[in-house]
Design a protein around this ligand. Structure first.
Ligand code: GAR
Length: 206
């Protein structure tokens, strides 16, 4: 139950890798910073994702949905939807989720799918810009400032309404790895839990 006695909004988190953004949400929840939201299931597009271990450690249900093991995109998305529905999740968070979701899927959850992207959208986003590739491109372009964006997901990759953005300084001698870490620490891990709570608060009031 939330502070005002309302039931919390169930959240599904979709992951593919290390899961540090998932951890940021779980830690915020443990600190009581998500009064309206509760992570109820974690879905991974990779069976070996470390994010699954983080979910298990927090006692959260896990599901693996691997695109290559499915005969079609529909079958892949049906597994994800079943996981979402199994816990009654009303918010879907893409926390380093590296598989594409079709319009058939995204249109079912308008302004209920939250994505974190490691750049200042509209810069360095869309097709081909994910993970370290974003930071490599930022460094190659000689940018002095980068950042992260959390936004709602629609049918356009990285194109939905922006919730929050945070600038992060690019420093002399940065490598893609050091820049990725700074963008996560100073922006992603702060913005994403806040966006989850903001969305849950809005849905709880509906
Ligand atoms: C994060 O930097 C996230 O913003 C990025 O992948 C990383 C996942 O890290 N996502 C994208 O590039 C999506 N386009 P994590 O698994 O440790 O949260």
């Amino acid at each position: 139950m939330s502070r005002d006695g309302e039931k919390k909004i169930a959240v599904a988190v979709l992951v593919s890798g290390g899961g540090t953004n998932l951890q940021a949400i779980l830690d915020a929840e443990a600190r009581g910073e998500l009064p309206h939201a509760e992570v109820k299931v974690v879905v991974s597009s990779r069976a070996d994702a470390y994010a699954l271990k983080r979910a298990e450690a927090a006692g959260v249900k896990t599901v693996v949905a691997e695109r290559k093991k499915c005969a079609s995109q529909e079958e892949f998305e049906d597994i994800i939807e079943d996981a979402v529905e199994s816990v009654g999740a009303k918010i879907i968070v893409l926390a380093g989720f590296m598989s594409i979701l079709s319009e058939r899927f995204t249109s079912r959850y308008p302004e209920r799918i939250v994505n974190v992207h490691p750049s200042l959208i509209p810069k360095y986003c869309g097709k081909g810009f994910y993970g370290l590739k974003v930071h490599e491109a930022v460094l190659a372009a000689g940018e002095k400032v980068t950042g992260a964006t959390v936004h709602y997901v629609n049918e356009i990759p990285d194109g939905g309404r922006i919730i929050f953005q945070q600038e992060v300084e690019v420093k002399e001698g940065d490598t893609p790895e050091t820049l990725q870490r700074r963008v996560m620490e100073e922006a992603e891990w702060k913005l994403l839990p806040r966006a989850v709570e903001l969305t849950a608060e809005r849905i709880a009031a509906e």
